[in-house]
Structure formats: C-alpha cells, structure tokens
Design a protein around this ligand. Structure first.
Ligand SMILES: NC(=O)c1ccc[n+]([C@@H]2O[C@H](COP(=O)([O-])OP(=O)(O)OC[C@H]3O[C@@H](n4cnc5c(N)ncnc54)[C@H](OP(=O)(O)O)[C@@H]3O)[C@@H](O)[C@H]2O)c1
Length: 268
C-alpha cells in the first residue's frame, strides 16, 4: 500500500505503540484520526502531528461502545472523506495466575476491549474500508496463537480476535486486506503498568523489567509500517518470533517448557 494521502484511524493512539504509530504514519503522509478514551492525551498527539506538518484529528472513543465507534467513523468521513486504514491497537493486559484471581470482573474488561472493542471498530468501518480496498492492521501478539502463563484472559481475547480476523479476511477477499502484526515484548509503552493483577487492580508501578528479548517501541512501529507498505498478511516483530508456528506444530512440548521457564523468571 502506498501511504501518501491515505486516511488511517489508530485506536489507542494516546499511548505506547498507538502513539508512536500515529506519529510515524503521519511522517509517511498519512492523515491520522487518533482514537481512545483520554482526550487530553490524544489532543497532545494530534497537536504534535499537526505542528510537524501532518494532518490529524482526535476523536474521544471508548471502543467497547459500538455507538462511539460509529461516531468515530462518521467524524473520520466528515473530516477526510474516506477511510483507508483501521489500526486495531487499543488493548489491555493482565499478569496474574488464574487460580490466584480474587475477582473475575477484569476478564470481561479485557475481552470487551481487546475482542469486542476491535469487532465494534471493524463493524463500523467495514463499508468504508471496502470502498477504498483498505486495510485492517491488528497489533497482535504471540499470545494469540499459543498459551501464556499469567495471561489467560489476555491470551483468550487475542485468540478470539485472531479467529475473527482470519474469518473476516476470507469473507472479504479482494475487498479489504488484513495485516496481523505478531509482536513480542515491546519497551516504552504502558501495557504492563495498566495490566490487571490478581486483586483486579492495575499494576501501576511494576518492578518487573523487560527481558533483553524485548524490542523498542520505535523499532517495533518501523516494522509494522514496513509490513503495511509491503501488503503482508502476517509479520513477526522481532523476526525470530516467526519460528513459533513451526515449533507449535512440530515441537510443542519444547516450546511450552521454554515459555514456562521464561515467564517464571518474571513471576507476579
Ligand atoms: N507492549 C507490548 O509488549 C505488546 C506486545 C504485543 C502486543 N501488544 C499490543 O499492542 C497494543 C498496544 O499496546 P501498548 O503496549 O501500546 O499499551 P499502552 O501503552 O497501555 O496503550 C494502550 C492503549 O489502548 C487504549 N485503550 C485501552 N482501553 C481502551 C478503550 N476501551 N477504548 C479505547 N482505547 C482504549 C489506551 O488509551 P486510553 O486509556 O486513552 O483509552 C492506550 O492508548 C495492545 O493491543 C497490546 O495487546 C503490546
């Protein structure tokens, strides 16, 4: 896809990967609609894009509410007249062993955000994406294709979204394209601080450091943009994650033991 003068919505643009993606896409000539709940943070992102010569608006949106997603699309079309890209980036995580969880309410919050929220955005955007033969980009994770200790609700929500997008891609062949970016641990975002712990509260300040396997948010977003330009269906960042589907098919026990060892170094 050529990016110049395209119009993209980025959900979760107030922070982390979404914020960086909004900025870098705009440098490639994309008009950006920044969406999330925190309007003042969104406005800072839009302001920074516009001051650097780009074009951006902010639309306060809680993606768990379908009417707000429909309003997001209406505002995008009113402002820019078309929609070429929908980045499903808004998301929330957890770090808690299932048997230690005191209150399961946050499982619904995770599923409502990562799965239903993304489906709401796709539902509202699809007619407009079909008009431009546009693209949906999902900020996914290896946890969408394998299990991951301490992340049961998060992995489930990302598995659900993966299944939904695979199906949508088949239903809309030749009408839209879908890119799933399978990301490893990314440094420089608020995902860990905003993740739920076993008592249902957020981790806020977390002492857990990212492992040396993690990648920087700028590098991660450069990789996503390369994938968009090359019209890839799946990309892995870092690239070595691309071995996971192979290991999951032919060396499942090895893979599961490796994941458990890695996660036990970082217990809650
Ligand atoms: N960081 C990683 O290591 C990593 C790895 C693999 C995949 N990912 C995926 O990448 C995506 C972005 O993560 P991140 O690391 O950048 O996290 P982050 O810094 O915590 O950003 C999450 C974004 O989601 C938005 N959001 C949360 N709930 C929302 C809702 N109901 N409606 C609208 N927006 C909502 C937040 O904005 P508001 O609070 O303003 O609403 C925020 O902008 C997530 O989907 C995550 O699963 C991240």
């Amino acid at each position: 896809m050529k990016l110049k003068d395209k119009v993209f919505i980025v959900t979760g643009a107030s922070s982390g990967i979404g914020k960086e993606l909004a900025g870098q896409l705009s440098l490639s000539g994309v008009k950006i609609v920044c969406a999330s709940r925190n309007l003042s943070e969104l406005q800072k992102v839009s302001h920074s894009i516009n001051s650097n010569g780009g074009s951006s608006i902010s639309v306060q949106t809680d993606i768990t509410i379908l009417e707000e997603c429909e309003r997001l699309i209406t505002k995008t079309i009113e402002e820019f007249g078309q929609l070429d890209g929908l980045v499903l980036n808004a998301g929330i995580s957890m770090w808690a062993k299932f048997e230690n969880i005191k209150d399961l309410t946050f499982f619904s919050t995770i599923m409502n955000t990562n799965y239903h929220g993304s489906v709401n955005c796709c539902y509202a955007a699809l007619p407009f994406l079909k008009k431009t033969k546009g693209k949906i980009i999902s900020c996914s994770t290896a946890q969408a294709i394998i299990g991951f200790p301490y992340h049961s609700g998060y992995a489930a929500s990302k598995h659900a979204l993966h299944g939904f997008l695979k199906t949508l891609a088949m239903e809309c062949t030749n009408e839209i394209t879908i890119l799933e970016a399978v990301l490893g641990w990314v440094r420089g975002t608020n995902l860990r601080g905003n993740s739920f712990k076993s008592d249902g509260e957020k981790h806020k300040e977390t002492k857990r450091k990212h492992s040396n396997q993690s990648v920087d948010v700028t590098f991660c977003v450069e990789g996503i943009i390369k994938g968009i330009k090359k019209d890839k269906k799946t990309i892995y960042i870092p690239k070595k994650l691309g071995i996971i589907p192979f290991l999951n098919t032919f060396f499942k026990n090895f893979l599961e033991k490796k994941i458990i060892r890695e996660i036990n170094k970082n217990k809650e």
